[in-house]
Design a protein around this ligand. Structure first.
Ligand code: CA
Length: 224
């Protein structure tokens, strides 16, 4: 899962980035409106965290831009303590939630989890794929109550595909979800990750199909 963090103060963005990465997210940090617009137009994010005051505009401009392009990516805005007007304005423009600065890192991580969850499955922290139960908070897959050993990237791929079960996910899209800008993972590496993941989850009734020329499809298990 990949998060865009827009904050021009590095003293604030740095610890927020660390906290979110520790939670297993891929995090891209930018410090201006123009960089934020370019990022949301090119990368498929699972969440955007937006500061309001930016050197070349505002976080409001970014929400407005996203919503005008029918982007449904969840948005969390960062507001000042006395920023009641900012909160109202942000929510009216289509932000989903807000946090008051200075941000408590644990709260940021919890809000991020909740928003991403709502964005993908509209429900609780557990995802189901075939015979696997995915605990998206503990980042662990279980088969018949037993934890299934997965590497961090295998887990990331499984969670991403399971949240989009029944839909085709392009390799490029999965690549973007698994690595940030400063990380040169290749499409070949993604293929290897999926190859190993597939071997591990096959026996748990999870079928990850390769759709030639298009990407991967985790088949939706509609059996009762
Ligand atoms: Ca600022």
């Amino acid at each position: 899962m990949r998060i865009l963090l827009v904050e021009d103060d590095a003293k604030l963005s740095q610890p927020m980035g660390v906290a979110l990465r520790e939670d297993g997210y891929v995090v891209d940090i930018v410090g201006s409106k123009s960089a934020a617009l370019a990022a949301v137009d090119t990368v498929g994010y699972d969440l955007a965290v937006l500061d309001i005051g930016l050197p070349d505009g505002t976080g409001f401009d970014v929400v407005q831009h996203m919503r005008s392009r029918n982007s449904a990516i969840p948005v969390l805005i960062l507001t000042a303590r006395d920023g009641v007007e900012d909160k109202v304005h942000g929510l009216d423009l289509g932000a989903d939630d807000y946090l008051v600065k200075p941000v408590a890192l644990k709260e940021l991580a919890a809000r991020a989890r909740a928003l991403i969850r709502r964005g993908h499955c509209g429900s609780g922290p557990m995802l189901r794929a075939g015979g696997l139960d995915l605990d998206t908070v503990g980042r662990q897959a279980f088969h018949q109550g037993q934890p299934l050993p997965l590497t961090a990237r295998e887990w990331g791929a499984l969670e991403y595909l399971a949240a989009r079960a029944g839909r085709i996910v392009a390799k490029e899209q999965l690549l973007q979800a698994l690595c940030g800008w400063d990380n040169d993972v290749t499409v070949n590496a993604v293929e290897m990750i999926v190859h190993r993941l597939r071997a591990k989850v096959e026996c748990c009734g999870v079928n990850i199909r390769t759709v030639r020329g298009l990407g991967y499809l985790l088949e939706r298990d509609d059996r009762p």
